[in-house]
Design a protein around this ligand. Structure first.
Ligand SMILES: *[C@@H]1O[C@H](CO)[C@@H](O)[C@H](O)[C@H]1NC(C)=O
Ligand SMILES: *[C@@H]1O[C@H](CO)[C@@H](O)[C@H](O)[C@H]1NC(C)=O
Ligand SMILES: *[C@@H]1O[C@H](CO)[C@@H](O)[C@H](O)[C@H]1NC(C)=O
Length: 727
């Protein structure tokens, strides 16, 4: 058994299981969770006292902040995630539930079953919470079951079996089972030895299989590929190319071994390590001094449980094992009346699609749907203080349920901070006689809620950024490691003319394979109320009649209220542009314009795969950049509730084909951020972050510029910490 331990240990590290194991110590550690930063003593406000940022003293005007203790935490908003106590309760109800008394099934998901929208919208602070319910997905005897548990009376109130294709999200047991099967396999051991890899240097990863025809139906399968971690932590750069194992996840048996990589060397470990402490070459640039943004009067936002209040914004923020982060009840204060107005009921990254562009044996199946297969929250590690988030950040933990229904705390999974990046919110200068000179400018300060998932090799940074002018920017950053392919080539001059290289040579014997990333966001916009319409504002060229004007042509904005779903399936076109508005037709501005928000596209790569290619069928939600559907609480996961090995029977593309009416109804907007990635040498051994974003921007929502009365910065309010050795 000696050989098993390194792999076991590896799976633990890889998937953060260590966090689960260290749960109990986390509880005791929480009371000491504040971290202090030593600061220089040059400025009157910069003392060690006010430099301490901790969870408990963030809300400065709260004289007796609650100690941060998950074990006794109680929900105080209808959308608050299940607490430690509630998860424990749900587990004991399941243990006593007659169909499961013989053995507790594997719990693939145990989260809050959100109350109906109407109840949440009516709820006000001080009211009783609506009944707390848990939505549970379990897998037992080859079947997925969906249960709803009413935590009040403590009973199962709904129990449905899934008969469609597709399995629930993988759990950590699946990951470790998949990696243990090969260890008992003699053929695998022989291959590893023949490739010159010592057993204890093996690093294997479980890879979602996708769906490629009826042969793969009826059993849960997973592919396993292995790397050598000898001499590096960055084993992803050292693939044992061409070795792919297919494992039956429930029978724990090897289905097949494909070994086509003989003759392909394992790329060297040299220069693959990305850790700061092992870098031993000169930086070759002028070093940049430590930097941070200071807030001498403390942060301007408060976090009360999961409710965030900042400037004119208020929203509910929570971690989710599948989506990562969910923003709910986003409301902005009207600049004229001071009233809070609804903008978005719920927004989150609903599904991802990451197809690699290599049809060969060890690569064709790499077409991941990371939210439904692995979970953006499950794979989000604690954020790295001062580097993932700035000095002035506040952190939020996640409480998730493990596959045996026990709660565990993922600490510091989300951070919230105010950002001042030196940008301008608005400005103007006038050349006038100096007595009446006009010089007006306002700094742009925003509020960011951030998480970062490490889904195997890749890292996804998801930011929700709120601006005081009402704009919400949703940004996705990609970093981490490329998924690379081993090759005998060391230089492009060795590559034959007719060879189908599916990527770029990024290092000796390493190809960075071309791939795409799509992140599809669910955006339940509720502009002022739930009944909204989707309006295409087309820009069309008008031609003047002869003699009418010195101009031959001009552009005109033509409004088109969309009636049904199919008409809202939008493929963006540079030469046939439209603004895309979600408006409330029942709420007009003082001038009669409907109150609205528009989606401002960015990150517009579109999937070019054949629509009948199996991965594209499964990820049909990327067939268009924008969709609008009527609100339906069962239609939130763009790739379906059961994504693993699904073949696309329950996707946004299928729902939208029903062509339901979407005019003056509660509607949901879907936006896909897309990236094509042709790797380059700079992406090796770890990729500098690539980002793309899209915006939700008010249109005729406010009566006039909502930040007209925002104050400028003044030198006297901003003491500066002087550097220790300023010249
Ligand atoms: C802060 O600096 C002082 C003096 O330089 C030192 O004694 C103290 O240990 C430091 N505190 C921390 C938390 O680093
Ligand atoms: C390259 O791909 C094409 C199309 O799939 C195939 O016909 C051809 O045989 C391939 N060439 C090599 C050298 O594998
Ligand atoms: C709501 O969604 C489910 C799942 O797609 C579907 O079966 C049901 O018909 C939908 N309801 C309406 C009213 O469209």
């Amino acid at each position: 058994m000696e050989a098993i331990s390194p792999l076991r240990c590896f799976t633990h590290l890889f998937f953060g299981l260590l966090l689960i194991i260290s749960l109990s110590s986390r509880y005791s550690a929480l009371n000491h969770a504040e971290f202090s930063l030593n600061c220089t003593n040059y400025s009157p406000w910069c003392t060690s006292k006010n430099r301490i940022q901790s969870k408990s003293n963030l809300i400065l005007d709260n004289p007796k902040p609650e100690p941060f203790d998950h074990s006794t935490n109680t929900p105080n908003h209808p959308l608050d995630p299940l607490t430690v106590q509630e998860i424990n309760k749900a587990r004991s109800i399941l243990l006593a539930y007659p169909p499961f008394v013989a053995s507790l099934p594997v719990i693939h998901s145990l989260t809050l079953d959100e109350p109906d929208k109407s109840r949440v919208v009516k709820w006000a602070k001080g009211n009783h919470l609506p009944p707390r319910k848990a939505f549970v997905i379990v897998f037992i005897h080859g079947q997925s079951h969906m249960l709803v548990i009413d935590l009040g009376p403590g009973r199962v109130i709904s129990h449905v079996v899934n008969y469609k294709l597709g399995y629930p999200i993988l759990v950590t047991d699946d990951w470790s089972n998949a990696l243990e099967v090969p260890l008992a396999n003699e053929e695998f051991k022989k291959i590893i030895a023949s490739r010159g890899v010592e057993f204890f240097d093996l690093a294997c990863v479980p890879l979602a299989t996708g769906w490629y025809g009826p042969n793969e139906e009826g059993r849960r399968l997973i592919k396993v590929q292995c790397f050598s971690k000898q001499g590096t932590v960055n084993y992803f750069m050292r693939p044992i190319e061409g070795l792919t194992l297919t494992v039956d996840l429930d029978k724990n048996e090897m289905v097949s071994i494909s070994n086509t990589g003989n003759g392909i060397p394992i790329p060297k470990a040299t220069n693959t390590d990305y850790r700061f402490k092992v870098q031993n070459k000169p930086l070759n640039m002028i070093p940049v001094n430590p930097i941070s943004m200071e807030q001498p009067k403390g942060p301007s936002f408060t976090v009360d449980g999961h409710l965030v209040k900042w400037a004119n914004w208020e929203f509910h923020l929570k971690p989710d094992p599948r989506a990562g982060v969910i923003i709910s009840r986003a409301m902005v204060r009207d600049s004229e009346t001071g009233k809070l107005r609804s903008v978005m009921y719920k927004g989150f990254s609903s599904e991802l699609f990451v197809p690699y562009m290599d049809p060969t044996d060890g690569w064709y199946f790499k077409t991941y749907m990371d939210a439904g297969e692995y979970g953006m929250g499950w794979t989000a590690m604690p954020l790295i203080l001062l580097n993932d988030c700035p000095h002035n950040a506040h952190y939020m933990d996640a409480v998730f349920a493990t596959s045996d229904g026990k709660p565990y705390v993922r600490s510091n999974m989300i951070c919230i901070f105010e950002r001042y990046a030196g940008d301008i919110a608005w400005r103007h200068s006038e050349f006038l006689p100096s007595s009446s000179e006009v010089r007006e400018s306002r700094p742009k300060v925003t509020l960011v809620a951030r998480m970062a998932a490490s889904v195997g090799n890749y890292d996804y940074i998801i930011d929700w950024e709120f601006q005081m002018d009402g704009l919400i920017r949703i940004k996705v950053g990609l970093s981490g490691m490329l998924m690379v392919k081993g090759t005998p080539h060391q230089n492009t001059n060795q590559v034959a003319e007719d060879e189908n290289m599916t990527g770029t040579l990024v290092s000796e014997n390493v190809i960075g394979v071309v791939h795409d990333h799509y992140v599809t966001f669910y955006l339940d916009m509720d502009i002022d109320d739930s009944d909204n319409s989707f309006v295409k504002v087309n820009l069309v060229k008008e031609e003047t009649s002869p003699g009418e004007s010195p101009r031959k042509s001009y552009l005109k904005a033509k409004r088109n209220v969309v009636k049904t779903e199919k008409d809202a399936q939008i493929k963006l076109k540079l030469y046939d542009p439209s603004e895309l508005h979600v408006v409330n037709p029942n709420k007009q501005s003082r001038l009669g314009n409907p109150s609205g928000y528009k989606v401002v596209p960015g990150g517009t790569a579109a999937s070019l795969l054949d629509p009948n290619d199996p991965p594209q069928l499964r990820s049909g939600f990327t067939n268009n950049q924008i969709w609008v559907t009527p609100y339906n609480r069962s239609e939130q996961w763009a790739g379906g509730l059961f994504v693993y090995q699904s073949k696309g029977e329950d996707t946004l593309a299928v729902w939208s084909e029903r062509d339901r009416s979407i005019e003056n109804k509660d509607i949901v907007l879907w936006y896909t951020l897309g990236f094509h990635h042709i790797p380059c040498q700079e992406d090796y051994p770890i990729m500098p972050t690539v980002s793309a974003s899209f915006d939700l921007k008010p249109v005729n929502f406010f009566e006039s510029n909502p930040i007209l009365r925002a104050a400028p910065n003044d030198e006297k309010d901003l003491p500066v910490c002087r550097a220790a050795t300023s010249s």
